[in-house]
Design a protein around this ligand. Structure first.
Ligand code: ADP
Ligand code: MG
Length: 400
């Protein structure tokens, strides 16, 4: 995939209508509908503010939740329009539909420096189906000399009408959010500052196959932690007690170890592990060497020797890509490994990139968010990016 895509600063938007796909899929209180975290709305501000400052008439749009093509009043974007208005400090006009008469009338009347937010795109079946008629209707709102700006990184791995289809009808460029993801993650994958160290954890080997395969081709060192490490351990004949095991993936694990050796990629596996007598925050725990987990016990974190080994590998890296927690970080007693890796990343001079929903949450929860070069804003999208897949929402943008 070519990561070198045109961005908002590469195209003239002055006096034009700009359809801007944002990620306003914010968490809300189930009872009251109150937005409980407006991070995603704040993340969209730089692009929206830039467009408005340039004198563009901005037609913002997004999905919210999973209405599955039906109008679900609880999933209206109206509360987002209100919050956006507060954050931008200027009026946000809200359309009661996405491409219907209200949106059409309000888009037609929209002037430079004004912003309109369309109703939830997924109220229409055409959105997720990438229906060309729906994509064209969206594009038509921006008119003949309209521009499409894509800034919803969280959905670039989906070929929907507003994330990909619309680019057939309007010149398409990235916003600042997507540009940063492409520059940093794309840069790390295409021409990393070496050595490139990839830290892979999380619960399952099976959900990370694509990432492991792709990074084996690129990285100098691969570090394995988290639940998936026990499948590697079992595959090598270790005793893992009741630790997480995907028996079907043992052969794959062995193959990966072999492949890494053939390619000269250093593959690091845990040398010790913190085990617990139950999957619980207050379980009894002790440290044992990897592969020596007694029956009735399960590994929930990497051990102190492993922490030392992994921290040292990160210290002189040029780039670190991290996906997947080292242990069950949701339990404070088993968060040490994840925290130590976050700390090691915060201290190295390397470019540090965190991808994956739970990994990003862990880094934020442990207080290391502002110490990373980049925390990807898209969980699933960042995983597919690291798998080396072509992302439809990126492919459709104009090449530089
Ligand atoms: P990401 O969302 O960053 O891609 P994953 O979804 O793959 O990460 O994995 C995150 C989950 O893995 C966390 O909920 C964590 O508790 C779990 N996990 C990590 N280590 C273990 C372990 N040893 N046993 C069970 N679950 C684990
Ligand atoms: Mg996850």
């Amino acid at each position: 995939m070519n990561y070198n895509k045109k961005t908002v600063t590469d195209i003239d938007v002055k006096g034009k209508k700009v359809l801007c796909r944002c990620d306003f899929n914010v968490p809300q209180d189930k009872q009251t509908g109150v937005i409980t975290d407006d991070k995603r709305i704040r993340a969209a501000l730089p692009t929206l503010q830039y467009l408005l400052d340039q004198g563009a008439a901005v037609i913002a749009c997004s999905h919210l939740g999973k209405p599955k093509g039906e109008v679900k009043p609880a999933l209206t974007l109206a509360p987002v329009a209100k919050r956006l208005e507060e954050l931008l400090g200027r009026p946000v006009i809200f359309a009661a539909d996405a491409v219907g008469p209200d949106a059409q009338a309000k888009a037609a009347a929209l002037k430079g420096g004004e912003i309109l937010l369309l109703e939830n795109l997924r109220f229409d079946k055409g959105e997720e189906k990438n229906d060309p008629a729906f994509a064209k209707a969206l594009a038509d709102l921006a008119g003949a000399d309209g521009v499409y700006v894509s800034d919803a990184f969280g959905t670039v791995h989906r070929a929907h009408a507003s994330t990909a289809g619309v680019a057939d009808y309007l010149p398409a460029v990235s916003g600042f959010l997507i540009q940063k993801e492409l520059d940093i993650i794309g840069g790390a994958l295409a021409s990393p500052k070496r050595p490139l160290v990839a830290i892979l954890g999380g619960s399952k080997v099976s959900s990370k196959i694509g990432v492991i395969n792709n990074l084996l081709e690129i990285a100098d060192t691969i570090i394995i932690g988290g639940g998936m490490a026990y499948t590697f351990s079992a595959a090598q004949g270790g005793k893992i007690g009741d630790s997480l095991l995907e028996a079907d993936w043992e052969d794959y694990a062995n193959e990966m170890v072999k492949k890494a050796a053939e390619k000269g990629v250093k593959l690091l596996l845990p040398v010790d592990t913190v085990i617990a007598d139950a999957f619980a925050p207050d379980a009894n725990s002790q440290v044992v060497p990897a592969g020596e987990v007694p029956d009735g016990w399960q590994g929930l974190d990497i051990g102190p020797k492993t922490i030392e080994l992994y921290s040292a590998a990160v210290a002189d890296a040029g780039t670190v890509i991290w996906n997947g927690p080292m242990g069950v970080f949701e339990f404070p007693a088993f968060a040490k490994g994840t925290e130590a890796v976050a700390e090691a990343l915060s201290k190295t001079d390397a470019i540090t990139i965190v991808g994956g929903g739970d990994s990003a949450a862990a880094v934020e929860q442990l207080g290391y968010a502002d110490k990373m070069t980049h925390i990807s804003t898209g969980g699933g999208a960042s995983l597919e990016f690291m798998e080396g897949k072509a992302l439809p929402g990126v492919v459709c943008l104009l090449d530089k």
